[in-house]
Design a protein around this ligand. Sequence first.
Ligand SMILES: COc1cc(O)cc(Nc2ccc(C(=O)Nc3ccccc3)c(OCCC[NH3+])c2)c1
Length: 307
Amino acid sequence: MAVDDYEELLKYYDLYETIGAGGFAKVKLARHILTGEKVAIKIMDKATLGDDLPRVKMEIEAMKNLSHHHVCHLYHVIETANKIFMILEYCPGGELFDYIIAKDRLMEDEARVFFRQIVSAVAYVHSRGYAHRDLKPENLLIDEDQNLKLIDFGLCAKPKADIWSMGVLMYALLCGYLPFDDDNVMLLYRKIMRGKYEIPKWLSPDTIILLNQMLQVDPKKRITIKHLLNHQWLLQGYKCPVEWQSKYPLGYIDEDCITELSVFHKQSKQSMTNLVSEWNYDQTTATYLLLQSKKAQGKPVRLMRSS
Ligand SMILES: COc1cc(O)cc(Nc2ccc(C(=O)Nc3ccccc3)c(OCCC[NH3+])c2)c1
């Protein structure tokens, strides 16, 4: 019989339009019924995924270990006979890529605001023992407060390999095009390995120094994430180094959210705390994290009572 893969999803979420369709996934807008919060749902078909299924599992496992204000949050995972649904943080500002194109290129002080957020996210991801390995303007979304959120950990792995990509990102922010580009893959590869790139006249001396330190062909000569955090280019206009620690660390349990959940489910606070602390990335995890997000946005920490 035709198994309805959407049955469980539709218990908890109202689905709206498709906002993105990539290789083996599509992303739909949705609303979490109990909290009223908007979310993005990445929908994958297991048959279409084929050999990419392990990548998706790796990403989901990595996301369960990442909780940071500049990393897009995973709230809930639903797996059915044919589908995998990842319920993700809502980032309505679109891609950084489109933002740069729309403005042609960014001035240094605007680029610095974004780049500090990227360094913060990557330093946090590395501190958790992961490398993103696919850092590019398409994988940085803007949220409703003009803050960047790192997405798509489908290529993430344990070794660290992100510094060079951040050099390419910083160049793209300041120039509006890539430092190494060629339609012919072999010629592109040769340009990358030579490590030579055009320096437009509008780049400041400090900018050129930092780009050179990140785009070093020899990884041993490349600047480390630790030295990036308080590099003079990132400090200009700011007094403090880049803060990379998470504002709401993993496993943190918020009293107000537990209280609302225990009242709503007519459970004791202790049993509610125990259930949330299992972090099953099920409806309980989603409801708790979305309540926490409401609190962080200054919204009432309330669940919808069926009218
Ligand atoms: C960990 O976060 C991830 C992992 C991943 O594999 C994919 C995504 N993709 C996302 C997440 C959120 C959105 C989103 O909220 N978009 C949006 C919302 C309202 C208006 C416009 C866009 C997302 O959008 C994809 C289309 C953007 N070009 C992708 C996150």
